[in-house]
Design a protein around this ligand. Structure first.
Ligand SMILES: C[S@@+](CC[C@H](N)C(=O)[O-])C[C@H]1O[C@@H](n2cnc3c(N)ncnc32)[C@H](O)[C@@H]1O
Length: 272
């Protein structure tokens, strides 16, 4: 049905669907369940999927929801755009928030399926790198804007990511970007999985995570600093980590070189 990186949208959808079956689930997502009935699972995704990826992907989705909730509470109504939205059903999970406009940008085959399946926001079928194809449309909505790039940017050429972030900063100064970053500690495992299913990573983050905002040209957002997001996430989902994972996290925290290679969520101010 879908090719290349777009297939991975089925992987993250499955993680959110399987989350529903857990007694300790982090969210309810009936729309994800109904969309799941419409997709065909590409068998090669078995090379990636399993308990640990399910937890990582579902917790990432839950964590982003939580960060958006906190951000809206701190800043007030805003317009949200999901870049590389895949089969994200976040708009439904956050339906109670004062979000004034919702846009989803993904490649045409994914956007067409979203539209066919009745996704709620404005569906823009284009590469996020084709700025003329979608940015004007998003800019019509009253800001401030929050752009969410979940599981997207490391599939795109690094130089193109720089160009995209610069364009966002120029067009939406003062708005914010929320993105996930893959650091050295997780790069090899993720690379292997992504390559196995035919969606190779273009880059991972190799600098010290303490410099992650500066690295991407983003400004800090008070109370949403990368380390604050990391500690909040660990605290909130600690019960989901088994003894081995907890030991690894403690180990990483006490070894500066390992800690510098962590992965995590980054919320940064555009044009700061
Ligand atoms: C790992 S999935 C993530 C989907 C969704 N954000 C989530 O977390 O469930 C990656 C998504 O990025 C989309 N994608 C890849 N390259 C893209 C591009 N150049 N422009 C827009 N979307 C792209 C794929 O089609 C796919 O839906």
């Amino acid at each position: 049905m879908l090719e290349g990186v777009s297939k991975t949208a089925i992987l993250t959808l499955r993680a959110r669907v399987d989350e529903q079956a857990r007694p300790d689930r982090t969210f309810e997502d009936p729309l994800a369940l109904s969309w799941w009935a419409r997709v065909t699972w590409p068998p090669e995704l078995d090379l990636w999927y399993g308990d640990a990826p399910q937890r990582a992907l579902a917790l990432r989705a839950a964590d982003i929801d939580h960060i958006v909730r906190r951000y809206v509470a701190a800043t007030g109504p805003l317009a949200v755009t999901e870049l590389g939205s895949g089969f994200s059903t976040r708009q439904g999970r956050l339906a109670d928030l004062p979000i004034t406009a919702w846009h989803d940008v993904d490649l045409p085959p994914v956007a067409a399926l979203r539209a066919e399946w009745g996704a709620g926001g404005v569906q823009l079928g284009a590469s996020v790198l084709d700025l003329e194809a979608w940015m004007d449309r998003v800019a019509e909505a009253k800001g401030p804007h929050l752009f969410i790039a979940e599981g997207l940017l490391y599939y795109l050429p690094r130089a193109e990511v720089t160009r995209l972030l610069a364009a966002l900063a120029e067009r939406f100064p003062g708005s914010a970007l929320l993105m996930d970053v893959v650091g050295n500690n997780d790069a090899a495992a993720l690379r292997a999985r992504a390559e196995a299913v035919g969606s190779p990573l273009a880059w991972t983050f190799t600098d010290d995570y303490d410099q992650v905002l500066e690295h991407f040209g983003l400004g800090p957002v008070p109370e949403f600093e990368p380390d604050r997001l990391m500690m909040d996430m660990l605290d909130r989902y600690w019960s989901r980590f088994d003894a081995t994972m907890r030991s690894l996290i403690y180990f990483a925290m006490h070894q500066p070189l390992v800690w510098a290679g962590r992965s995590g969520m980054v919320l940064g101010r555009l044009g700061a």
